[in-house]
Design a protein around this ligand. Structure first.
Ligand code: NAP
Length: 284
């Protein structure tokens, strides 16, 4: 049994399977989610439930946050019943959400003033990698703090890399997701182009998956296209958030701007579906 008590905030597509890895590894985990009804599977595995972030941090040593965006992070820290509503001295807060480096710097500063520590630790990989503890984790903040919690991170990921000061993890993640956006739009356009010229989707993907540019992403998203299954593993609305965050910190390129325009235009109709649903938007 690992003695560190972990608090987990955010039970979305990623939060649930990531928290599961920690329970499986023997940690005592207390969970909180804004809306109720998502706790069942974790509760069955032994998780305790907290009613607020404030109550959660009071009984745990390390708090991990996996929520949508900057606004959600701000609420979790600053609401009346948020983390800062409790004493955070000696506590470690790890924010694994994909957010701006600015909010990480802000929260890290406030945590330090109150005697706590903050690491930004976003992840690469999606639900499948979360379910198997195979995420890639990129970390910014104090290096000694990183080394302290590395064993916890390694329960969720196949690697956890320290990159530098607060926000460095967020910057690396936004760079990776800008390529993800380009890649997703490229895959969608390629499939549609081949279809228009009479090549079946299954045949094209079979060729792609066996050729020199084969990769896990094409395999997973290609299978989704063939199955006509656009249930969100990574919601399309989140890539719009990430492209905007990357733009805010200086990503200015013709390809990135094109992808932002495409995904933004797709959001109203397909925002809650998986990002590869962009293929349906482009086809319209
Ligand atoms: P998701 O399924 O959309 O879940 C979002 C979570 O954030 C839910 O628990 C939601 O609570 C919570 N939340 C949203 N707004 C909130 C607020 N104002 N206050 C408190 N909680 C709030 O998202 P996800 O796919 O798990 O992704 C989580 C983060 O990881 C995002 O930053 C995403 O960009 C990043 N990420 C996702 C993937 C992926 O493949 N899905 C991969 C890598 C990184 P409710 O249940 O109450 O709505």
């Amino acid at each position: 049994m690992n003695t560190t008590k972990i608090g987990w905030i955010g039970l979305g597509n990623m939060g649930i399977p990531m928290a599961e890895q920690l329970i499986k590894a023997g940690y005592a985990v207390t969970i909180y989610n804004r809306s109720k009804g998502k706790e069942a599977s974790l509760k069955e595995m032994g998780a305790s439930i907290a009613e607020t972030p404030k109550a959660l941090i009071a009984t745990t040593d390390v708090v991990i946050i996996m929520v949508s965006d900057d606004a959600a992070v701000d609420q979790i820290f600053n609401d009346k019943n948020g983390l800062f509503g409790a004493g955070i001295s000696g506590k470690m807060i790890i924010n694994m959400s994909t957010v701006s480096p600015a909010i990480s710097k802000n929260m890290a500063e406030l945590c330090k003033e109150k005697g706590g520590q903050y690491l930004d630790a976003p992840v690469s990989g999606s639900v499948k990698q979360a379910e198997t503890g195979q995420l890639v984790i990129m970390v910014g903040g104090d290096e000694a703090a990183f080394n302290e919690v590395k064993p916890i991170l390694e329960k969720m990921g196949k690697m956890a890399m320290y990159l530098g000061d607060t926000g460095a993890g967020n910057v690396a993640k936004l760079a990776i997701n800008s390529l993800l956006a380009l890649y997703t739009q490229g895959l969608a356009e390629t499939v549609l182009f081949a279809n228009q010229q009479g090549i079946k989707t299954g045949d094209l993907l079979n060729l792609l998956n066996n050729g020199a540019i084969a990769n896990t992403f094409t395999k997973i998203k290609g299978d989704a296209i063939i199955a006509d299954n656009y249930k969100a593993a990574f919601a399309l609305k989140h890539i719009v958030k990430d492209l905007n965050l990357a733009k805010d910190i200086g990503l200015e390129s013709p390809l990135a701007q094109t992808a932002l325009n495409t995904f933004e235009a797709a959001t109203a109709k397909f925002g809650e579906e998986d990002l590869i649903a962009v293929i349906k938007h482009i086809k319209e």
